[in-house]
Ligand binder design. Structure first.
Ligand code: 5GP
Length: 190
């Protein structure tokens, strides 16, 4: 998606060789009109799919998931990363290593909000090694629901998570795939 690629080139900051900071428009300060354009593009890319629920993970996926849900006319469920004192529900859980924080989390989704028959689109801001998407996919399977596809704003292709999912036959659509980046520049996949 040209609009997103141009914004990454303008405002993205590469840290080291594998972290891209886009918090001026995607995951700290959110450019809502760009977020809605991305949601509209996901609707076009998944136009032949039935989706009745969007699943993401807190916190940075929530904004994009809500923008996308506007176009699918469905609810968003987000996986929580830790059990809170008011989290008394029976839940599906799956372990996940956080790429950016370097720690391990247990992702948790209440059994009340995901179940058999749900057709789920997984949405996230980034796809790197694929740990977050794999944990969400595991949760969908535990619920007896179906992953219709995976919709990602920025995939770091050089980390391999997206291609591993595609090789399993999962429909993964990323609006910008970065095959190489460093402090001098960013190369997108054609
Ligand atoms: P994965 O689980 O695929 O290795 O990493 C995806 C998750 O880590 C996303 O939910 C995202 O929040 C975070 N993430 C991975 N790489 C980056 C990055 O370069 N920049 C930012 N801001 N977040 C990232």
């Amino acid at each position: 998606m040209e609009l997103l690629k141009q914004r990454i080139l303008k405002d993205g900051i590469v840290i080291g060789k594998d972290v891209l900071k886009v918090d001026s428009f995607l995951n700290h300060c959110i450019d809502v009109s760009l977020s809605l354009e991305m949601g509209k593009e996901f609707k076009r890319l998944f136009s032949n799919c039935t989706v009745n629920k969007i699943l993401t993970v807190e916190a940075s996926g929530i904004g994009l998931a809500c923008s996308t849900a506007q176009f699918f006319n469905c609810n968003v469920v987000y996986a929580k990363k830790s059990a809170t004192r008011n989290c008394t529900d029976d839940a599906y859980t799956s372990p996940c290593h956080s790429f950016t924080h370097g720690n391990d989390n247990i992702l948790r989704v209440s059994k009340r909000y995901l179940g058999k028959g749900d057709k789920v689109l997984i949405v996230d801001d980034f796809l790197a090694n694929g740990c977050a998407v794999n944990a969400l996919t595991d949760i969908v399977k535990q619920a007896g629901a179906e992953v219709v596809g995976v919709a990602i704003a920025i995939e770091k292709g050089f980390q391999g998570g997206g291609d591993a999912l595609r090789s399993q036959g999962i429909k993964v659509e990323s609006l910008a795939i970065i095959d190489e980046m460093n402090e001098q520049g960013i190369r997108f996949r054609d």
